[in-house]
Ligand binder design. Sequence first.
Ligand SMILES: Nc1ncnc2c1ncn2[C@@H]1O[C@H](COP(=O)(O)OP(=O)(O)O)[C@@H](O)[C@H]1O
Ligand SMILES: [Mg+2]
Length: 490
Amino acid sequence: MFMSSSSSSRLGWHYDVFLSFRGEDTRKNFTDHLYTALQNAGIHTFRDDNELPKGEEISSHLLLAIQESLISIVVFSKGYASSTWCLDELAKILDCRQTARQIVLPVFFDIDPSDVRKQNGSFAEAFDRHEERFKEEMEKVQKWRTALMEAGKLSGFDLHSIANGHESKLIQMIVEEVLSKLNPRYMKVATYPVGIDSQVKDIISMLCVGTNEVRIVGIYGMPGIGKTTIAKAVFNQIYDQFEVSRCLSNIRERLDQHKGLLQLQQLLRDAFTGFIRLHDDIGDDDEGIKLIKREFFLKRVLVILDDVDQLEHLRGLAGERDWFGPGSRIVITTRDERLLARLEVEKKYHAKGLNNDESLQLFSWHAFKKPHPMKEYVELSEVVVDYVGGVPLALEVLGSNLFERSITHWRSFIEKLQKHLPHQIQGQLITSLDDLDGEVKGMFLDIACFFNGMDKDYVRKILDGRGFYPEMGFDILRERSLLTVNIENE
Ligand SMILES: Nc1ncnc2c1ncn2[C@@H]1O[C@H](COP(=O)(O)OP(=O)(O)O)[C@@H](O)[C@H]1O
Ligand SMILES: [Mg+2]
């Protein structure tokens, strides 16, 4: 896991996170778990351990701790506003937000954000009492109200709307958010990551980080299977072991067809500015190559080139191992296995998606905001998951489509599904087909419509008779992860 314990002092603040919470409500449960998770992730966190009755005024060491934190997390619970101590803390936090650009992340634990914003519900009762008690100090009360109004408007974490009451999920999301705030290089991986760890472990072992040669590892697989996600997760785990590291994600999507390689080299250059000197615009491809060589030569770099489908692009970015310093690692993701073979990468990893249990879990997170289907929906969920077969993109899209829908809606959705895929999924698959030449595309359509699951030799004969070159076509489709042949030769 990424460690930030030294980042706080190095960059001029003392704590990564200050935790503000109502002790009576959450000290021994939610806030305690949150604190432990933050610490375990290497995030240097301050919480006030003092359980003793407090004096009137907030202590100066607390004020200092707030001031010296980069991020404040405020856990709003029903009793938060009844404590003047908490309210003072919050006012100080929002001051620091204004003056020192402190990042404030509100967590709405068992309370609606609008109750915080408008001081309704339990907050209204608390304020009745405060107004009675601090009649002479209405400015102070007004300051608290303003602080709550501001904090309630910030984008934060609402236990019920985000994680449907799953505290551990919420905590995981908060930790991830904090990591990405602390480290601009930390990549957000997925809203509900499932089954990523074992894939990441496999790839990291292929990378053999620490040895002196330059290695390229390629991840290939069909669209939506999770290549970008795995690559980002790999990046997060190892980037701190390199002198320079960058992840260029979704390259294909970001490329303008006409500018091609030149634009890509510029993208890579831009990704590294901040670490390297700024250069004039790159004039042509060769100049780009020289630039890359000059910048990376002798440096131990980690570069992720995500979603590349043109060999010339790869050759222009990572054509020779000696462009990069000893110990460098390049991770490439692509839909086209052949690209990796032609680049002679050290290792190839076939991204195969999720197994059955993981698929059901990911689908459930999107359909129910829980790791398991609701009781009445178990069978229908299994039908959908079976149909989609482990492709995270499809599980996500279908799950979100079915969130909070009735059983009847589910039934008709499933019926329709067998005729049309939702357009978000279709779009992804079509981009993959668009790259194929006319003949191979024709073969793909024939196979998809008529020959799915049939004997390969039989299909070959028929396609042969239709004037195709089936063996070549099978190879291309297999390399692009559009076709698989099982051990029964089907
Ligand atoms: N293991 C996983 N757990 C949860 N969500 C995932 C996982 N893998 C992929 N996803 C989600 O599925 C979608 C497609 O994944 P992505 O990595 O973009 O696929 P690819 O790069 O292969 O096209 C993304 O929205 C991603 O967040
Ligand atoms: Mg991708």
